[in-house]
Design a protein around this ligand. Sequence first.
Ligand code: SF4
Length: 321
Amino acid sequence: MGGNYLIELKNLKKHFRVSGGKGEGRHVRAVDGVSLSIREGETLGLVGESGCGKTTLGRTAIRLYDPTAGAILYRGEDITRAKIKPYRRKLQIIFQDPSASLNPRMTVGEIVGEAIDIHGLAPNKAARAERIADLLDQVGLNGEQANRYPHEFSGGQQQRIGIARALAVEPEFIVCDEPISALDVSIQSQIVNMLEDMQASHRLTYLFIAHDISIVRYISSRIGVMYLGKLVELSPRDEIYKMPVHPYTRTLFSAVPIPDPAKSRAMSRVILEGDIPSPINPPSGCRFHTRCPYMTDRCRDEEPELAERSPGHWAACHLSA
Ligand code: SF4
């Protein structure tokens, strides 16, 4: 993979030790060896069932979690174990549940202003107030609302506050962690459109995590698919919709209605059975083999490598090798 990458993840792992219960002393292998690179200015969509590790990957990529192994490069610089404070401004996150991510005892002005203060981005009180008002304005709120508390706002407005807080520190890379899934359908597209506008005006790079494939299709230039801590497919957006390679991707994408009946027929439907296995003790070989209709003995024994099948289109499956 060449090019101007803002973020590079190399064989990144994040394991959590389990305490109490049946798994005591063992580890949840939430992210278990993921490599991917994100170009400056692009949106990389990341999809997969709940529990596949996509949120953990996003949080580890910006060092909200310290990785268990592997490397994180920001502008080619290894920040895996570096002191994160100098980079924190540049690496931000927008959370899924805006009401839980905003301190209910702080006013909106304090929430946005706190980020400005931590990084010393306003020389005086007047500049700080002006900056808060400007940020609220950019996300479709107004400066007069700075003295109000989060509970006085709707879910969509709360997410706008979360976005203003992220933008306050002039980031370059934002992990959008299912930023619209807790919102009413009627306002989801407004938030997505706003994120797109912000990307253009602030030259932002996004890792956009979602379980809603249609939103990811709309906003992303490339799409990655995760299953049980692994990246199983990575491709330019249009190609992965037209020609998904990995059987797991096909199950995800065949669940999305396709407006063109001819294309719908061409895309053979794969039915996914059973629950996602435990990430404490994942299946041997290909982790998808316990649910894959095409499983062979080789799949049980040998882990497929993520390999390039056509330019920019990577998949980890013995069938397509
Ligand atoms: Fe299915 Fe085997 Fe491919 Fe895994 S490697 S997705 S089990 S065919």
